[in-house]
Design a protein around this ligand. Structure first.
Ligand SMILES: CC(C)(COP(=O)(O)OP(=O)(O)OC[C@H]1O[C@@H](n2cnc3c(N)ncnc32)[C@H](O)[C@@H]1OP(=O)(O)O)[C@@H](O)C(=O)NCCC(=O)NCCS
Length: 400
């Protein structure tokens, strides 16, 4: 049979593409369709790039294009994952070619950033790089979490679909978030627990008097609210499991009132039976960081573990227009962001700096150890330091 590609899967081929992904990633429990419901659906066939041997897909690079709100600006991200080649077809460059094809497609489609859930050589050769913007805390114990309890605490309740609308209302208040239309949010919340490790989505509920919900009698409440008139003040997507004899948990995504989140960590740990909790907090989240300060811990700068690539710097800069103007005033109009293929250039008046893709990406998103603004004439450098790195987001439910 002739091997053809790279090309988009046809909507009618999504089942065959899903079979390839299940055969490679989940041969024993074929859950990829439920784990990645926004990826493996006919509407997303354009972003399932494949090589096929005759009619059979043998190599895949998948993506979901999502929109994000970042301090009032609307950014488009291509979250790439489910990269796989059937064992009989490996080592012929198929996955690498599909990745290049995906980058070209995302660029044509006006996507700003690519987020790849991996860091192997293939991704690095395609210009993807580890970035920063997050702080990793030493794991906290139940005793430490107990010291953070305050009257702001809310009760963790296992998510079910009736909390969706209330959860969306709390999520909408986030300054850095994915834009999740209700239907997409329903799909993404439905997959929790299917991605391998123990996963749980918890909503934090409080009654209007401020008392944690579980102290109260449970009665039926209006749609979109927890029972008993309780209010959803936030949520946490958790992963947990037994490691080296200790039940460890990590927060994969969170949203909501920071005082409530911090004060509820002890309740969350008790609810899931966690002995240790791993927190990774975006560096821009001053309220969460201040809430953890009583523990006296020193966090270490880090990134998500994914690799990233700026797909289209001038289009990204345009989308960031309001953000740049708010930080720089009129000077923002003099900053020029240019890109030709893999060469990126930033100019302000006669000062200019030219960058390759990894350095441009780290300029915008930071490096794991901290900001990574390139060497440039002092005035240009000062401008770049004033706006970068951009606030980072945890991939969370939108992980692909
Ligand atoms: C990773 C994978 C997608 C590569 O597919 P491929 O079509 O063989 O890719 P290419 O020929 O373009 O080579 C790319 C990479 O695969 C490696 N590779 C090539 N032939 C291989 C083989 N027979 N077995 C294992 N790895 C192989 C290459 O060394 C290269 O590795 P690098 O990224 O560390 O530099 C494929 O090995 C696979 O499906 N692995 C299991 C799923 C997986 O780990 N996916 C990646 C998740 S981040």
């Amino acid at each position: 049979m002739a091997i053809r590609g790279p090309r988009a899967a046809k909507p009618t081929e999504v089942g065959a593409v899903l079979k390839l992904a299940n055969d490679v990633f989940r041969p024993k429990a074929p859950v990829m369709g439920r784990a990645f419901p926004t990826l493996f659906r006919p509407e997303n066939a354009r972003y399932l790039r494949i090589f096929a041997d005759g009619s059979r897909p043998v190599s895949l690079v998948g993506a979901c294009v999502y929109e994000m709100a970042v301090f009032g600006c609307r950014l488009r991200t291509g979250n790439v994952g489910s990269v796989c080649t059937h064992p009989d077809y490996r080592g012929r460059g198929f996955a690498s070619r599909l990745l290049d094809d995906m980058i070209a497609l995302l660029r044509r489609d006006g996507v700003h950033v690519m987020d790849v859930s991996g860091g192997r050589g293939m991704y690095q050769r395609a210009g993807c790089v580890r970035t920063g913007g997050l702080l990793v805390y030493p794991p906290i114990t139940a005793e430490q979490a107990a010291r953070l309890v305050s009257p702001a605490a809310a009760s963790p309740v296992d998510y079910s679909a009736r909390y969706l609308e209330a959860m969306q209302r709390a999520y909408q208040r986030e300054p850095v978030r994915y834009l999740r239309p209700l239907r997409e949010a329903a799909l993404l919340t439905g997959m929790v627990g299917t991605r391998g490790e123990g996963g749980r989505l918890l909503v934090l509920a409080r009654d209007p008097s401020g008392r944690p919900a579980l102290q109260h009698r449970r009665e039926g409440g209006p749609r979109g609210r927890p029972r008993g008139g309780r209010e959803v003040v936030g949520h946490l997507e958790m992963r947990f499991g037994l490691r080296e004899g200790v039940v460890r948990g990590r927060v994969n995504e969170y949203a909501g009132e920071r005082a409530a989140l911090v004060a509820s960590l002890a309740g969350v740990m008790a609810h899931l039976g966690l002995e240790s909790l791993h927190l990774v907090i975006p560096a821009w989240d001053a309220d969460f960081i201040a809430g953890l300060a009583p523990l006296g811990l020193t966090p270490t700068p880090t990134g998500t573990g994914h690799t990233y690539r700026i797909i289209n710097l001038p289009v990204l800069a345009e989308a960031l227009g309001d953000y740049l103007r708010e930080r720089l005033g009129e000077t923002a109009e003099r900053l020029r962001f240019e890109q030709q293929g893999d060469r990126y250039r930033v100019r302000c008046g006669r000062a200019a700096v030219t960058l390759d893709s990894p350095r441009a990406t780290q300029m915008v998103l930071g490096a794991p150890q901290g900001p990574a603004v390139p060497k440039a004439a002092r005035p240009l450098r000062r401008l770049l330091e004033a706006v970068f790195p951009l606030p980072m987001i945890l991939p969370g439910l939108n992980y692909v």
